[in-house]
Design a protein around this ligand. Sequence first.
Ligand code: PLP
Length: 388
Amino acid sequence: MSYLAKNYNRKKISFKYGKGSYLYSSDNKRYLDFVQGIAVNSLGHAHPKLVKTINIQSKKLWHVSNAFMIPEGEKLAKKLCQKTFANYVIFQNSGTEATEAAIKVARRYFYSVGKPKKNRILCIKNSFHGRTLAAINASGSKKMMEGFGPKISGFDHFVFGDHKSLKKNITKNTAAIMVETIMGEGGIKIIPDWCLRGLRKLCNKKKILLILDEVQCGISRTGDFFAFEKSKVKPDIVPIAKGIGGGFPLGAVLMNKKVAKGMIPGTHGSTFGGNPLAMAVGNTVMDIVTNKKFLNNINDLSKYFFTELIIIKDKYPELIKDIRGRGFLIGIQLYKHQNIFIKELMNKKLLTIRASENVIRILPPLNVKRSELSQALKIIDSVCKKLN
Ligand SMILES: *Cc1c(COP(=O)(O)O)cnc(C)c1O
């Protein structure tokens, strides 16, 4: 029997080790891992540079309190700010902490300028911002909130893609609009660049802050460091996590100078957040995933993968409804049979993961090889053939 609580519906498989795009199971089988811990292992398993970084740093210093200066964190924060819209960073350990911190930064800003009532956060109904109490209330998902009442006030919701619903739900007390640039758990739904620009304009007009949750879609996953980059929009606050740690728990909230003013000493903290071990790993990931050649390679290979996926979709129009996403954040939307499809892929040694709306999420490591992508395409095609 297992002493782990039953909150997960786990597949009956475990792994001994991983290397690059592959996982090796306890029963000695090799799987092509296109889950990668849900977009966490941005450089695949056991990347030599990350192994080296951990080795070196683990012999020097793991953890000190944020009561002291942490040079490794100064370095990573500088890299993040020089690469993006941000002027300041607070480090956390996970995505949900990062989104919570984003909410705190937004509220504290309006508090600090004498508008404490401007504290409501407007989110997309059935979005995903994590599993803490505030985050499930932000997500507005009945399923995630069920049994975890009382409902936490201070969150409003609008319907994805419904501009009327968005405008209707803005009040004089709205502090921020928080959305995922690309909804991950929600089914790889992209907010188009022109909508992001419209959202920014609307926020400016109503004096509302814009929070773009890039926990899943950020850190070069889409072929740009942030998924919103091509839109040229500058958000006020951006929570990140997943990919930045390359498998080591690491989150952060990035913010501009204006909103950072509210975060005076004592307003927020984290015991583990930003410790030297996490920062060392983050620095190494950052150096690799922001390299121009690395990004170009993601874009080239992703183009190839999408082109081939669309060919498969055209072959099986009654099975596949949509192919969507950007870079290596990829969704195959089926008409039905989502779980059977995932199981069949797994039987053929390709690991993928579900998302809402019958979507199968495909999240290769960002340094995946072309041959591994073509291997996955062959498997996907053969499963389509079988289930068609
Ligand atoms: C995964 C995710 C989170 C939560 O991250 P955790 O590390 O699981 O707490 C928040 N927002 C988005 C968009 C995510 O995909």
